[in-house]
Design a protein around this ligand. Structure first.
Ligand code: GLN
Length: 192
C-alpha cells in the first residue's frame, strides 16, 4: 500500500522509515494533488500552530476536510485532527475529541512511558514531547490508551490519533496497526 506522510514540518523521514519497516511504500506529501495517489495519510508531530499555518498556505485544510482517506496523527498531528481544542478552534474536525495542548506540565516537558495500547500491544514505548492529551471523547471514539487519567491514544473509524511519537523509536507496531487494521480494510470496503 502507499502511505503518505504530510511533509510540511516534523519527523517525516522517521515516519517513512516505519512505513517501510511495515512493508509498504512511504511517500512525502508536499502538494494536495498527491493525495489522490495514496491509500492513507500520516500527520506528523511538530508545532500545531505552525503546522496549521502551513496547511492553510498549501491548501491542505480544505483538501483534508473533504478527503475520506484514513488518517493517523501523532502529537501535533493529533491536535490538528481534533474537533475541539481547549481555548482554540478545532481544525480538520476528524476526531470527535477535546484536546488539551502541552498538558503534561513544564517539569515533565518530555518523558517516556510504557503503554498498553488496546488492540496493538501492552508494551508500546511512548515518547512524549510537549505532548497534548485527550481531555474528553465524544460520539463513537474508542480510547486505546491512557497515562494515569489522561487519554493518549484514540480511534474513530478510519482515524487514529496518539499524543506520543512512535516514529522516534524502533517499534513500528502502531504504524503497522494503522496500515493493516485501518487502511487495508478501508480499501476493501471501497471495492465492494
Ligand atoms: N506542543 C506541540 C503543540 O502543541 C506539539 C508537540 C509535538 O508535536 N511534539 O503543537
Amino acid at each position: 500500500m502507499k502511505i503518505g506522510v504530510l511533509a510540511l514540518q516534523g519527523a517525516v523521514r522517521e515516519h517513512i522509515r516505519h512505513i517501510e519497516l511495515s512493508g509498504h511504500e512511504g511517500i512525502a506529501i508536499k502538494r494536495t494533488e498527491q493525495l489522490d495517489h495514496i491509500d492513507g495519510l500520516i500527520l506528523p508531530g511538530g508545532e500545531s500552530t505552525t503546522l496549521r499555518r502551513l496547511m492553510n498556505l498549501y491548501g491542505f485544510k480544505e483538501a483534508l476536510q473533504q478527503s475520506t482517506l484514513p488518517m493517523f496523527g501523532t502529537c501535533a498531528g493529533l491536535i490538528v485532527m481534533a474537533k475541539h481544542i481547549v481555548g482554540e478552534e478545532g481544525y480538520l474536525d476528524k476526531l470527535d475529541i477535546t484536546v488539551q495542548r502541552n498538558s503534561f506540565g513544564r517539569q515533565v516537558d518530555s518523558f517516556e512511558s510504557e503503554l498498553n495500547v488496546q488492540g496493538i500491544a501492552e508494551d508500546i514505548e511512548g515518547v512524549f514531547i510537549r505532548a497534548p492529551h485527550i481531555e474528553a471523547t465524544h460520539g463513537e471514539v474508542s480510547v486505546l490508551s491512557t497515562v494515569g487519567e489522561k487519554i493518549v491514544a484514540v480511534q474513530e473509524g478510519r482515524y487514529l490519533g496518539v499524543s506520543f511519537h512512535p516514529e522516534l523509536t524502533d517499534d513500528y507496531r502502531v504504524t503497522q496497526y494503522f496500515i493493516e487494521e485501518i487502511v487495508k480494510p478501508s480499501l476493501m470496503t471501497e471495492k465492494v
